[in-house]
Every structure is written in C-alpha cells, then in structure tokens.
Design a protein around this ligand. Structure first.
Ligand code: GRF
Length: 217
C-alpha cells in the first residue's frame, strides 16, 4: 500500500520530528516524511531532516508582508512536494482560517497538555501552579482556534512532588514522542474519522484501568 506522504512543520529543536523520522524508518510504517518545512532558517530540526535524507524547505515568515502571503508560500511548497498530510511539531506560527480550511482534517498538531486544559504557551508552569496531579499531552486535528480541534490520542503523565517545569516537560516530551507517531499511524492506516468534531478510531485497543496520582499505598 502507498505510504501517506507527510510533511512536518517545525520552528525549533525538532524532537517530535525525530520521533516521526524514527517511526517512518520502519518499512511497515504506513506514512513517510517527504518534506520538512521550517519558518525559521536556523531551526535545529532542519539538521535532523537533512541527516535523515529528507527534503527541507524554509518559508521565513519575516520575509513576507502578511500572514496570507506567508501561508500561500507554505501551501505552495507543500503542494509542489505532493504532500497529502501535515504534522505540525513545534511550529510556532498561528495559521489563519484560509490555510486551516485548505488542510482541514489533513493537519494534526502535538501539544504538551491534556487539552482542552492549558492551551497556549507555558503549559507546564501553569499545570504546576494549578497543582494538577496528572499532566500529559495531546495529538489533535488543527482548527483555527489555537491548540483546539478533535482529539486523536492523549497520554497522561503523573506530576511528582519534586517536579519543576523542566522535569515535568521532559517526562511529557517522552510521552509526546510515543503518541505523535501513534496518531500518524492510526490516520495513515485509515482508521481515524472525524464525526461531529469528535474522533472515532476503528479498532482502537483500549487501555484498561485507572491512572492514579498519587498511587494507592
Ligand atoms: C513540544 O512540546 C510540542 O508539544 C510543542 O512544542 C514542542 C516542540 O518540541 N507544540 P520539539 O521541537 O518537537 O522538540
């Protein structure tokens, strides 16, 4: 079966990109990364793509007069590479309705919180300040509202008493690296459907039981 031709949009270090590259390196994985696009020429993630032999493209937002012309250039690069699907992975540009609608249900994002709580920036600081005992991450379809859209996969991560932003972020990031390739795989296998803005997954294995924090003793 043909693999889903996927582009990854980045702005920075690209560890989620790396996780996707790793997953796609498996011959049986149903998606392939055919292009990595960054809005920043200095994004470390670009090097990860080059090392993996993946085509890269920079659409530097600073070189465009407005959001629309930036998005037209981005869309053009994706279409030229015959991209079928987009994974945003630490891509730090807010996309307008024009772009989001062109790629509706063909673009996903990864966010380091259990959405719909803590959208936006500084999620870990806000989770710690709120005293939540479970944090986590979410892979979701992209909509015009930032960090919102039908949820595909989530992972919950325990917040530990000694956690600071850095330790919590690291534990959540490890979970991101698991769920993002999983979300892409489920979609590329054709098992994901958006119905009334909720995701249905065909034949998803249900993990059983509660995740307690603190654990019972
Ligand atoms: C991740 O925490 C992701 O959830 C958020 O931005 C961060 C990107 O990290 N959207 P990386 O560039 O994938 O390492």
């Amino acid at each position: 079966m043909a693999r889903l031709k996927t582009a990854v949009l980045i702005s920075g270090r690209g560890t989620n990109l790396q996780a996707l590259i790793g997953a796609c390196a498996e011959p049986s994985f149903p998606a392939e990364i055919c292009l990595v696009v960054s809005n920043r020429p200095d994004a470390v993630g670009l090097r990860r793509a080059i090392e993996a032999g993946i085509a890269t493209h920079v659409v530097d937002h600073k070189k465009f007069a407005d959001r629309r012309s930036f998005e037209v250039a981005l869309d053009g690069a994706l279409r030229e590479a015959r991209v079928e699907f987009i994974c945003s992975a630490g891509f730090m540009r807010v996309l307008t309705e024009w772009f989001v609608e062109r790629w509706r249900d063909r673009q996903i994002n990864i966010h380091p919180s259990l959405l719909p709580v803590f959208p936006g920036l500084d999620t870990h600081a806000r989770a710690l300040a709120a005293g939540v005992r479970l944090a986590g991450c979410t892979a979701h379809f992209v909509r015009t509202e930032v960090d919102a859209g039908p949820i595909i996969v989530q992972a919950a991560v325990r917040v530990l008493p000694a956690d600071d932003e850095e330790t919590l972020a690291a534990r959540v990031l490890a979970a991101e690296h698991k769920i993002y390739p999983l979300a892409l795989r489920l979609i590329a296998e054709g098992r994901v459907e958006v119905v009334d803005e909720r995701v249905r997954i065909d034949g998803a294995a249900e993990a059983q039981g509660m995740l307690l924090s603190p654990a019972e003793s």
